[in-house]
Design a binder for this molecule. Structure first.
Ligand SMILES: *Cc1c(COP(=O)(O)O)cnc(C)c1O
Length: 428
């Protein structure tokens, strides 16, 4: 495969942008070499500037559950654009997207639209602190909630990959109010509440972590977080920026039967346009300005183009058999990868919930960051490049989830399994 145009575009990018990218995960830092530069996407496929075609499992890191350039989404965007790109005033489309979110997720009674997942978690944290009049936030190792100062501690994915658990520029004061606990550790959360219960404003977590590879919370863990937060008057924030409308239409909370106080969204709710949302119990949401006193605002929030893409995506997901199809294709892929790795004696374990999955180069089941960090990342890098050469575009880190879209077919999955057989064979 020739990547010469990608290489020259990226060389210029490095002179213009830090590391040549606008978000670190794109830079291929964890696998070495230079990223391929994308020209366009269609359905399950990505095309780079050198004309190479790949089956895509990144899906823009989660949003593209319908695949690239789905005509229902692009048509909805086209219609919205013709009417203007932004008004900074109420629109009926905002009601429609809010209705879809409130209708899908039982714990969400009111919702506020913002511009990114980071903004959603940042705002939810402020709201939880304002509501409880407390300072301390509990988070878990390997969970990523965007680049919010107080949450940029032990934050998985980019941070973990680069070996930077704390970012320079986050003040000691800020990180002092963040308590980092081990994911899936029931005793840890019980102990934290018995020691600091009166100071804890909120517990924030990913129900299925996507940012240390795909690692689901156990049912027991989620139940204990729910019980402890309720008992001590803390707010439970479920970060469903990745899992919302991904693992089920009602989010991971509908799969696990859990009712958080607040939920954050992003990615799929914007159908590939920049968006985020946070919502939850009316009593808490009514603390947000101008209904209440917790400040949060945004010039482009509820943007009509982003809203149009989100509405089209959620409406498409309501129709037909999207989720059974995603489940069937993802389980077929997981089974194929497992068989290929087993046959070649490659130590591995697969984390999967619905259409999110990770092949970990680790013989032990991954339940937390301590186990995840023992993966053979050099092996992953070789596997990644093998797959790319065979026309499969995977997330460029062991600690990211692959995503399947409704545009994927049985044939794509079969091609991917064949590519994996060849790529894994090169490792041994
Ligand atoms: C992607 C992600 C975020 C951050 O969203 P951005 O839109 O990138 O700011 C927050 N939380 C989780 C769980 C995510 O996967």
């Amino acid at each position: 495969m020739n990547h010469s145009i990608s290489k020259s575009v990226f060389a210029r990018a490095q002179q213009l942008m830090p590391g040549g990218v606008n978000s670190p995960a794109r830079a291929f830092g964890a696998v070495g070499g230079t990223p391929v530069v994308i020209e366009r996407g269609q359905g399950a496929h990505l095309y780079d500037v050198d004309g190479n075609c790949y089956i895509d499992y990144v899906g823009s890191w989660g949003p593209l559950i319908l695949g690239h350039a789905d005509s229902r989404v692009t048509e909805s965007i086209r219609q919205a654009i013709a009417k203007g790109t932004s008004f900074g005033a109420p629109t009926a489309a905002e009601n429609r997207l809010a209705e879809l979110i409130v209708g899908a997720v039982k714990s969400v009674e009111k919702v506020r639209l913002v511009n990114s997942g980071t903004e959603a978690t940042m705002s939810a944290i402020r709201l939880a602190r304002g509501f409880t009049d407390r300072d301390v936030i509990v988070k878990f190792g390997g969970n990523y909630h965007g680049h919010v100062d107080s949450l940029l501690v032990a934050a998985g994915s980019s941070a973990a990959t680069l070996g930077v658990p704390d970012s320079p520029g986050v003040t000691r004061g800020t990180s002092q109010d963040t308590l980092v606990l081990k994911f899936n550790d029931v005793a840890g959360i019980e102990q934290a509440f018995s020691e600091h219960g009166e100071q804890i404003a909120a517990v924030i977590l990913e129900p299925v972590v996507g940012n240390m590879g795909c690692v689901p919370a156990t049912n027991e863990f989620l139940q204990v977080v729910r019980q402890q937060t309720e008992r001590h008057g803390a707010v439970m924030i479920l970060d469903e920026v990745m899992t919302g409308f991904r693992v089920a239409y009602g989010g991971a909370q509908s799969l696990f039967g859990i009712q958080p106080d607040l939920t954050t969204f992003g990615k799929i709710v914007g159908g590939g346009m920049p968006i985020g949302a946070y919502g939850g119990r009316q009593e808490i949401m009514d603390q947000v300005l101008p209904a209440g006193k917790v400040f949060q605002a945004g010039t482009l929030s509820g943007n009509p183009i982003a809203t149009a893409a989100g509405i089209a995506t959620l409406e498409a997901l309501q129709q037909g058999d999207s989720y059974p199809k995603l489940e069937r294709l993802a389980s077929k892929l997981a089974e194929g990868l497992h068989q290929a790795a087993t046959k070649l004696d490659v130590p591995h374990t697969i984390g999967r919930v619905g259409s999110m999955l990770t092949l970990f180069f680790n013989s032990q089941k991954v339940t937390d960051w301590e186990v995840a960090s023992q993966c053979d990342t050099e092996r992953f890098a070789k596997y990644f490049w093998g797959m790319l050469e065979h026309g499969v575009y995977l997330p460029c880190s062991q600690f990211e989830a692959s995503f399947i879209s409704t545009a994927h077919t049985d044939e794509h999955i079969e091609q991917t399994i064949q590519a994996a057989q060849q790529s894994l064979a090169m490792l041994t």
